[in-house]
Design a protein around this ligand. Structure first.
Ligand code: NAI
Length: 585
């Protein structure tokens, strides 16, 4: 597990205090400075720092009064943003005198860093800024001001929403009480609270200095918040490219706070992820990957992100694996993720088709794409695939179990062999995928998402498709059960249920109980009907990305799938009568 052990430490004197500064990695590489928040010390970054150290010169420091840094005397007035800017300049003078640094801040580290990137005296000293869960107090002040001056019901709602999330800020303004609480019961309970509420794993964090850090850190609020919110600077424009990382489940900050951010930071890249406030602890892989990408691109003078597709803020740089990616819905889904800047693993039993999807993914904007030839029904082959993917590309962030085959024909004509084939691919393929990649996601402990392609046939009984519908109903139920099991680990599960989609499935579907010639005739007929319906697989892909972004449970796609879903819930009798109708094929 990465930690700050082995870091080189030094002490940097500035304005009457001494800062404890730690460095990892080669000083000849670009310097990344990580600034911690409240109530933390630099150790909050240990997981992220360890992941960045082989590529960058990583610098962390304890903010004055925190961790190994000394506190100003008196405390009151010792934590103003002006003084914190002096500290930052002293640190970068010491660690990177000749070259601008890449700044990363979390929580109050980000609040401070906004000050650093919007004041004149740091111009030329900072190359980029990645902000997490900590707005500029000036921008926040203007945000409140606009809502008070021009209140609309929506804006008042936003104000009240953020006001409720800021309950602890009011408490921190009370004298002495916060100090007593932190040095007493709150300090003792805090690690447990973080674990339960924020799912922050234990380990080397929080450190033993927590009660003092939290008591001193209260002055960050008292020295700055009221003053800045009342009189925000009118010219707080960022003079560097900014990457804003917003956790959607942040209990302390509303996403709406950043609605107008382009005004203050014209060179802005947005990233979102489904997580709580402490992402440096709960999502270190994703956080480190985004910092790396942003720093590398800024150093190379390239725009970030390269991908501009829908949901690029959500999936950029993520690892997405799609089965059955050689055709139809699978290929369209791989390409939609590619457009959003994800790295794609295209899996299909058809090697050429998988390779083509990987190639197209790169053309559509995937920073990397690979093809893997695997039959999803083959347990051992799937085990090998899972091991290889983890080893070569990493833990999958989004898994799409999409490979599937069609089988039509009456139950009494369906042979055990027919059953085995369809269940092996449609159900066992999904089970293998969920089992192997789901376990990797769960063990990594940093969230993820699994999408299983079921079908409207999962909830629409029919005499025409007994085996296929059964396989898809099983996929739907498996998805629901797994969703319940993995929810506590931050892993979402979605069942996608399309209606008729114009893909190659009709021309490969098997028809039980008829000869080869009749089967070909029915395949052609089905292909013609699906062609007339002409619902494109790209729309299903779009629904899949949206479902992952919103963590939806069951997603009927196409109008007929939605109608059938409603009928299955409200008029099941009518649906049963429909099931008896002679199939059109
Ligand atoms: P498709 O036939 O165009 O694509 C399926 C892909 O899966 C092909 O590239 C095929 O080589 C691959 N594949 C099949 N068996 C495999 C196996 N054992 N291992 C690895 N790859 C395998 O079909 P389509 O329509 O794109 O189907 C994708 C999924 O969507 C399937 O699960 C299907 O049941 C489901 N679906 C399709 C609907 C439609 O109307 N097309 C409607 C509802 C669900």
């Amino acid at each position: 597990m990465p930690s700050l052990k082995g870091a080189r430490e030094r002490r940097v004197p500035t304005g009457g205090v001494e800062l404890c500064v730690a460095e990892l990695g080669d000083p000849a590489r670009p310097t990344v400075v990580l600034v911690h928040g409240y109530p933390d010390s630099k150790e909050v970054w240990s997981e992220v720092a360890g992941r960045l150290a082989d590529r960058f010169h990583v610098v962390l420091y304890d903010v004055r009064g925190h961790g190994g840094s000394t506190a100003p005397r008196p405390l009151r007035g010792g934590f103003t943003l002006e003084k914190l800017t002096d500290d930052f300049l002293a640190v970068i003078d010491a660690v990177s005198p000749g070259r601008p640094v890449h700044l990363v801040g979390h929580d109050w580290g980000s609040v401070q860093a906004w000050e650093f990137v919007t004041v004149g005296r740091t111009k030329g000293r900072i190359a980029s800024f990645t902000s997490m869960s900590g707005p500029s107090l000036d921008h926040f002040g203007h945000w409140i001001g606009r809502r008070i001056k021009r209140p609309t019901p929506r804006r008042v709602g936003q104000l009240l929403g953020q006001g409720a999330r800021s309950w602890y800020v009011y408490l921190l303004h009370t004298p002495v009480l916060p100090e007593l609480a932190w040095r007493g019961p709150l300090g003792r309970r805090w690690p447990g609270i973080l674990r339960r509420m924020e799912k922050v794993p234990g380990g080397d964090y929080p450190t033993a200095s927590l009660p003092t850090d939290a008591a001193h850190g209260a002055w960050l609020y008292r020295d700055n918040v009221r003053a800045r919110l009342r009189r925000p600077r009118p010219d707080a424009y960022a003079h560097v490219p900014v990457q804003l990382v917003t956790p959607e489940g942040d209990a302390f900050l509303s996403e709406r706070l950043y609605d107008e951010l382009e005004r203050w930071a014209p060179d802005l890249v947005r990233r979102t992820l489904p997580a709580g406030h402490w992402i440096p602890r709960t999502r270190p892989d994703q956080v480190a990957a985004w910092i790396s990408e942003f720093v590398t691109a800024t150093e190379g003078g390239r725009p970030v992100p390269a991908a501009t597709g829908k949901y690029a803020d959500r999936f950029g740089g993520q690892l997405v694996l799609v089965t059955g990616a050689g055709s139809g819905i699978g290929r369209a889904t791989a390409l939609a993720f590619a457009e959003a800047g994800a790295r794609v693993v295209a899996v299909d039993r058809d090697a050429e088709a998988a390779a083509r999807t990987a190639e197209l993914s790169r053309l559509h904007g995937a920073p990397a794409a690979w093809a893997e030839t695997v039959d999803v029904s083959d347990e051992q082959a799937m085990e090998k695939l899972a091991a290889k993917v983890a080893d070569a590309y990493g833990v999958v962030d989004v898994l799409v179990n999409n490979a599937g085959i069609g089988l039509a024909g009456p139950f009494l004509d369906t042979t055990p062999e027919d059953w085995r084939k369809v269940l092996d691919v449609n159900l066992w393929g999904v089970i293998h995928g969920c089992r192997l990649f789901g376990r990797q996601m769960a063990e990594r402990g940093q969230g993820g998402h699994i999408v299983n392609t079921a079908s409207a046939a999962a909830y629409q009984p029919s005499r025409a498709l007994p085996a296929y519908s059964t396989s898809k109903a099983a996929v739907l139920m498996l998805s629901e059960c797994l969703r319940a099991e993995l929810a506590g680990r931050g892993i979402g599960v979605t069942a996608v249920c399309p209606g008729f989609v114009n893909t190659a499935i009709t021309s490969t579907a098997r028809f039980a109980g008829v000869g080869a010639e009749e089967e070909r005739r029915r395949q052609k007929r089905a292909a013609r009907l699906y062609g007339l319906r002409n619902y494109p697989p790209e729309k299903v892909a779009d629904a899949i990305l949206r479902a992952v972004a919103r963590n939806e449970a069951v997603v009927p796609v196409t109008p007929e799938a939605r109608v059938l879903r409603a009928m299955s819930r409200f008029t099941p009798g009518a649906l049963r009568r429909l099931a008896r109708a002679e199939p059109p094929l």
